[in-house]
Write a protein that binds this ligand. Structure first.
Ligand code: ADP
Ligand code: MG
Length: 727
């Protein structure tokens, strides 16, 4: 039967959603498959429809008992023979369902992953012809996800035992690490990877780089003002902040300006949180200022604006939050306000979420002390974290490592939404006897840092943001490379400059080739940071000692000035996206050249124009100019702070070049460690800010900067002037 007819007749849908048909066809064809689609895009149909067409049983592994039941009920309504087995059923019920399965009376059987550990289940199901094994929420297999479920890691073994004709994994999590984990752990064979449904053409994406909270507050007011002007006073908006404190401060500020707003964060009581959510959902309070605790289960279709007041920790976190705008399909905006200063907060969060060896010891001590092998320990993730004295966020990673090393085994859990755990101790080894791979802890942190870096690259991007987001997720649908999508700030600006297409200099193509040549030149692979710094002619920790700095490509991006480093990073990223370069975890992410990349170097293939544009002088300059103009506008609109008399604040000298400020801080750290003194002894931040604003080019001009006397000039003047000249 034709799949479209089946879609209509059995499921009652008029048409496939983006990607569904391709995935259904692929499953029917019989290849292993990994399908990545956002939540709500319709993944279930992609295994349910083939299940009705395939001759044998489809076994669906799904993590949440409540969701399973809903799906089975819905399938039965459509007249499809679906069933589930779980631990809340009586032994009699379970036996009866299994009998029906063995008699071939069931098309889809839903089970939780823990089921495969239950006595006798695997044996009973082994003889049943299995057409398809579908793993829903497949990211639960990855320890990099926050929804890690240890039982998922046994599915690879189960697959070997049951030998389904094909296996398909489904997830909304599209990061490369998670995808690799899924493919490896499920032992997928030459899998087809289908990524669809990430494009949101109704959303306008923008980002503004701003230094400091005052400027950000001004832009928040500006965007909310524009929203209310365009869509009326009831228009819904979410403003996401990085900290609880900022949600409250910003809420107060907005209220003071007559914008009805309410704060939401995990530090509020249950009742206050429920009230805030109700007020927003009902439309009574149109603006919610929230931390990322807000959003789970927020299903408000008419949100017209999602503003980020701070840099999120990863592109996937950003896209999920931004994607809450425009669910009704009407135009909406997602604007990111950010500054390099946000990185400090993000790094702090990474630190907090990364287990240290001491955390590992504490958790194990808590679990094993007074226990004996074979004993089961029960509780929630949060309780375990509290008793062990560690952050709740680090517990799943630690448990995964303990499980991998064979110290414990998780038992089937009834209720999972709370993170309830039942852990069986396999031994009670002392700390020193733990067989855990402690390197794994380090790798976790490296990956989080790499994700943050990708987020910064997105934020600072000068070309189509929609394309960037889709490339990040590996979704090939959406605007073509180089096309001006018209629904992001970068394309809007390019259109305003009069270009329907981009005219690029020959040198920009040359620069991309230089980047490829640099990667190709070494026997030993390097990470993105060192490669980009070498291309930009800037410093990075340890770079001086590498062969990169002597390569002819070193410094080839330097003429792009303040935009050089960001341009080099973006070129490397896009080359990875276009499979000219690839990333390996070794165990840290390093970049190597691909056969396609070599073909470009050999002149057998072209440098894609979209990548060359990232290294084009005019494009980079225009983007920098726009960022500066935006910052000036924001500064003019910023709420004024009363100034103390005496020392002039750097603001009075004009806009601070943040990149330069950061480089000045790096220089200060270097000088400080050379001289063995704390950095503030050399210069205060406010003095560096003044230097970054005034950008003095001579000793005389330097002397005019606050905080600079003849002594300091003598000691540090040369180093400062050198940096100012080259930066
Ligand atoms: P996911 O698992 O990707 O989050 P679901 O499979 O739960 O999404 O589907 C989300 C909703 O979309 C469900 O209500 C489903 O019935 C509906 N849906 C799925 N496919 C279609 C389609 N082709 N046409 C209309 N509605 C669909
Ligand atoms: Mg689903």
């Amino acid at each position: 039967m034709d799949v479209r007819a089946k879609l209509r007749e059995t499921f009652g849908f008029e048409a496939f959603r983006p990607g569904q048909e391709a995935i259904v066809e692929a499953v029917l064809e019989g290849r292993d498959l990994l399908a990545v689609m956002p939540t709500g895009a319709g993944k279930s149909l992609c295994y349910q429809l083939p299940a009705t067409l395939l001759p044998g049983l489809t076994l669906v592994v799904s993590p949440l008992i409540a969701l399973m039941k809903d799906q089975v009920d819905a399938l039965r309504e459509h007249g499809i023979a679906a069933a589930l087995i779980n631990s809340s059923q009586s032994a009699g019920e379970q036996r009866e369902t299994l009998e029906r399965v063995r008699a071939g009376e069931v098309k889809l059987l839903y089970v939780a992953p823990e089921r495969f550990g239950a006595a006798g289940f695997l044996e009973r199901i082994q003889g049943v012809p299995l057409s398809l094994m579908a793993i829903d929420e497949a990211h639960c297999i990855s320890q990099w996800g926050h929804q890690f479920r240890p039982d998922y890691t046994r599915l690879g073994e189960v697959r070997e035992l049951l030998a389904p004709e094909r296996l398909a994994g489904f997830t909304a999590t599209a990061t490369q690490e998670v995808r690799d984990d899924i493919a490896r752990e499920l032992r997928l064979r030459d899998p087809m990877i289908e990524v669809h449904g990430f494009d949101r053409p109704e959303l306008f994406f923008g980002a503004e780089q701003l230094a400091g909270k005052k400027l950000k507050a001004a832009r928040v007011l500006h965007h909310l003002g524009a929203l209310r002007e365009q869509h009326g006073e009831d228009a819904s908006a979410i403003v996401y902040c990085g900290t609880r404190k900022d949600t409250e401060a910003l809420t107060e500020l907005l209220r003071g300006k007559g914008v009805p707003a309410i704060a939401y964060h995990a530090g509020l009581g249950d009742e206050e949180r429920a009230q805030a959510q109700d007020a927003f959902m009902s439309g009574e309070t149109p603006v919610v200022v929230a931390t990322n605790a807000f959003g789970m289960g927020v299903d408000k279709a008419d949100i017209r604006l999602v503003l980020h007041h701070d840099l999120p920790g990863s592109v996937e976190a950003y896209y999920q939050e931004a994607g809450r705008a425009g669910r009704d399909g009407e135009p909406a905006k997602a604007i990111l306000l950010w500054g390099l200063g946000d990185l400090r907060l993000r790094r702090f969060f990474i630190e907090k979420g990364t287990p240290s060896p001491a955390d590992l010891d504490r958790v194990w001590e808590r679990l094993s002390t007074g226990g004996r092998p074979g004993q089961v320990r029960a509780g929630t993730t949060r309780e375990l974290a509290e008793r062990a004295g560690v952050e709740a966020g680090v517990v799943p990673v630690i448990l995964r490592l303990l499980e991998k090393a064979g110290h414990l085994r998780p038992e089937e859990a009834e209720e999972d939404e709370e993170g309830r755990l039942r852990l069986r101790l396999l031994d009670t080894a002392p700390r020193s006897g733990l067989r855990v791979d402690r390197e794994g802890l380090l790798l976790f942190r490296q990956l989080e840092e790499a994700r943050l870096e990708r987020m910064v690259t997105y934020a600072g991007r000068a070309l189509c943001r929609r394309r960037a987001l889709l490339d990040y997720f590996g979704d090939r649908d959406g605007p073509a490379p180089g096309e001006l999508c018209g629904s992001c700030d970068a394309c809007e600006a390019a259109l305003a400059r009069g270009g329907a297409t981009l005219e690029l200099s020959e040198a920009s193509y040359e620069r991309v080739r230089a980047a490829l040549a640099l990667v190709d030149s070494t026997d030993f692979p390097f990470g993105r940071r060192k490669l980009a710094a070498a291309l930009a002619g800037e410093d990075a920790p340890g770079l001086e000692r590498t062969s990169l700095v002597r390569h002819p490509a070193a410094g080839s991006f330097a003429c792009l000035g303040g935009g050089a480093l960001a341009a080099a990073e973006q070129v490397l990223d896009r080359c990875v996206g276009a499979a000219l370069l690839s990333v390996h975890h070794d165990p840290y992410p390093v970049i190597t050249i691909t056969a396609r990349g070599r073909a470009v170097l050999a002149g057998a293939a072209e440098v894609p124009g979209e990548i060359a544009a990232l290294a084009d002088e005019d494009q980079v300059t225009a983007a920098l100019d726009e960022a500066r103009a935006r910052e000036r506008a924001a500064r003019a609109a910023a709420p004024r702070r009363r100034k103390k008399k005496g020392a002039p604040s750097p603001e009075s000298f004009g806009p601070v070049d943040e990149a330069l400020f950061e480089r000045l801080r790096e220089l200060r750290s270097r000088l400080a460690s050379e001289q063995g003194v704390p950095p503030y002894v050399i210069f205060h931040d406010k003095h560096l800010a003044a230097i970054a604003a005034l950008q003095p080019r001579s000793e005389e001009a330097l002397l005019g900067v606050p905080g600079m006397g003849p002594k300091k000039l003598e000691k540090y003047g040369a180093a400062l002037l050198e940096l100012l000249r080259d930066g």
